[in-house]
Design a protein around this ligand. Sequence first.
Ligand SMILES: Cc1cc2nc3c(=O)[nH]c(=O)nc-3n(C[C@H](O)[C@H](O)[C@H](O)COP(=O)(O)OP(=O)(O)OC[C@H]3O[C@@H](n4cnc5c(N)ncnc54)[C@H](O)[C@@H]3O)c2cc1C
Ligand code: FES
Length: 333
Amino acid sequence: MSFRITVTDHDDIGFDCEEDETVLDAADRAGYAIPYSCRKGVCSSCEGGIAAGEAMVRGQGVQAGPAEGVKLCQARPLTDLQITPRIQKVEPVERKTLEAKVRKITRPAPDVAVIQFRLPIGQRAPFRAGQYLRVVMEDGDSRNYSMANPPQKNDGIELHIRHVPGGKFSEQVLSKLDKGQFLTVELPYGEFCLSDNDDMNAVLLATGTGFAPIKSLIENQIALGAERPLKLYWGVNTEADLYMADVAARWAAAHPWISFTPVISSPSDGWDGRTGFVHRAVLEDIPDMSNVEVYACGAPVMIDAARSEFEAEAGLAKDRFFSDAFVASGDEE
Ligand SMILES: Cc1cc2nc3c(=O)[nH]c(=O)nc-3n(C[C@H](O)[C@H](O)[C@H](O)COP(=O)(O)OP(=O)(O)OC[C@H]3O[C@@H](n4cnc5c(N)ncnc54)[C@H](O)[C@@H]3O)c2cc1C
Ligand code: FES
């Protein structure tokens, strides 16, 4: 059985949604983009209203219109629905499920694993720089991880995974994962991609393994021969956590349009670079953000602070802040 989804103030938009399908998945399938990030009901990026009709929303119960703040990534219709999200027409998303073979695992920092995968001969990973994939585990539960390689190198996949103590994937699965083994991955997901505003400075702000999609974004720009000014700020706890500082320093040395500022919150006595919260370092350097875009990735607490303080103190426009918060992405969340 399927239900009809219509959109307030958009008479031209309508699509069908199966009863066991989420409104976000049905919109994707029909070629409509609703903003989202985690797709697991945690980050709130996909919140919209229900003007009329009823839906069962995981974590929010039955929501009947008029209702606001409904997580459309978790909403399954119980009747036809009229919704009020931000929405636009795009190409329908075509996702692939691939068996990715582990080529190499390195541990460049105490709690970070970098995994290189090779895809079966002739297979390519379809994604845009900044997007993420889902690793699907044997019981069907999945975890989100951002691609760290640029799309030009899509015969493989590179992931940067931070160890979460007791974590089902980052500890239990990863501790047994070895070269030659396979993982099932589903991609692409996500909207953390650079806009077309090439004349505007882009501040790329990462904490920890939030560096992964930023690496993909920067290597993509280099491969395209683009010269958009990119200011990378990477915040970590200690020097040892800057697990690819050499890579970032090489980008900055080779390309005058890239700058790299590492920021350490708990530095050793020998550190003579920037210290403190990474988003405060950005504010010190760029007190006027009327002509910049910000792309922030990693810890949700950094993303929330950066968004509110950049808007309040530096005049950053709301629609120029883009983010992927690395919230917990397990099904039970
Ligand atoms: C869009 C997106 C992209 C992501 N990309 C990356 C990436 O590139 N690299 C990366 O390292 N991680 C990334 N994450 C986080 C990742 O998806 C997992 O949530 C994380 O690896 C934990 O999974 P786990 O199975 O090890 O832990 P789980 O078994 O899911 O969790 C164990 C415990 O830790 C808590 N927990 C889980 N994740 C976090 C967290 N991030 N912060 C604080 N507590 C947590 C859980 O609530 C639970 O109590 C991303 C998340 C999202 C939403
Ligand atoms: S995309 Fe729906 S809550 Fe994150």
